[in-house]
Design a protein around this ligand. Structure first.
Ligand code: AKG
Ligand code: FE2
Length: 281
């Protein structure tokens, strides 16, 4: 059997069959959802056996997880006295979570396998209506697992990659909801006033996405501010996070890489150059 078929429910979602009517219908459906609410959810995209394998992978490698207990602003940047005290750049919130970084997945990882397929990348690109997109060159952040034990939380933030997929592998007993504000900022417009309103508790534009295990979510993480609410109960929430970017060369800054993934590698220093979209990160 083709490996992609072992992982993705291709009967229901024939992402590989570029001329099929089903794929065209999917693209138009999910593109509408993404245009309207900056996010779409594809139920039961990953097969149960593959989900079980992903769960085993992350459990077997738990000792490699980088755990953080940090405080940061939505941009993972440092405080800046040029701005007032309650400006988003100077608003820090608690983050407790862990990442199983992309470079320590197992050799036969299903997550890495689907992430590297053109079938998935092209499907995501068509759903977004953005071409070309690339797998992220960042060796740590490109397709990690986010691991959140009971009590852990991920505060409001923007990703430094443009587009993120998520595949819930194990859900929390309670809490661990993904909340987001669609298209809160746009290239060249940081919309600090609107960001501040959300940080101060304004729920008007906040959407809550209830993910099920095996669902695939596509969202615009660099433009839609998002967070994960505190994990309650006894179960660790594990979620796979494949990422895509518009620039095939860029990686995280060394500072961002250290604060989120626990280390910076030579590539993070070599490619540390100001971005051209004028957004803070
Ligand atoms: O765990 C999630 O649902 C989202 C994770 C996230 O936003 C991140 O790791 O940047
Ligand atoms: Fe994120």
């Amino acid at each position: 059997m083709n490996k992609l078929e072992e992982i993705v429910d291709l009967k229901r979602y024939p992402i590989h069959d570029v001329h099929s009517k089903e794929r065209k219908e999917m693209i138009s459906h999910y593109k509408n959802e993404l245009d309207e609410v900056g996010c779409c959810k594809i139920p039961n995209f990953i097969k149960q056996e593959s989900l079980d394998k992903m769960f085993k992978e992350v459990i077997a490698r738990r000792k490699h997880i980088y755990w953080s207990d940090e405080s940061h602003n939505p941009y993972f940047s440092v405080k800046d006295d040029q701005y007032e005290k309650d400006h988003p750049i100077n608003t820090f919130n608690e983050r407790k979570n862990g990442y199983l970084n992309s470079d320590v997945l197992s050799d036969d990882s299903d997550l890495r396998y689907i992430y590297e397929t053109d079938e998935l990348k092209d499907f995501v690109s068509d759903c977004l209506g953005v071409k070309p997109i690339f797998q992220w060159a960042d060796p740590l952040g490109r397709n990690p697992y986010n691991c959140m034990d009971p009590g852990h939380t991920l505060p409001w933030h923007f990703d430094s990659n443009e587009f993120t997929l998520s595949i819930l592998v194990k859900k929390a007993d309670e809490g661990g909801d993904f909340e987001y504000v669609p298209n809160l900022r746009a290239p060249s417009d940081n919309k600090f006033e609107e960001v501040k309103r959300v940080l101060n508790g304004d729920r008007e534009k906040v959407r809550v996405l209830k993910l099920g295990e095996g669902d695939l979510q596509i969202f615009k993480g660099r433009f839609s501010m998002h967070r994960v609410t505190k994990i309650k109960g006894n179960t660790t929430r594990y979620i796979a996070l494949p990422t895509y970017v518009l620039d095939s060369w860029r990686v995280n800054t060394p500072a961002h890489s250290k604060i989120v993934y626990g280390r910076a590698m030579p590539i993070h220093y070599e490619r540390n150059k100001k971005r051209d979209d004028d957004l803070v990160d």
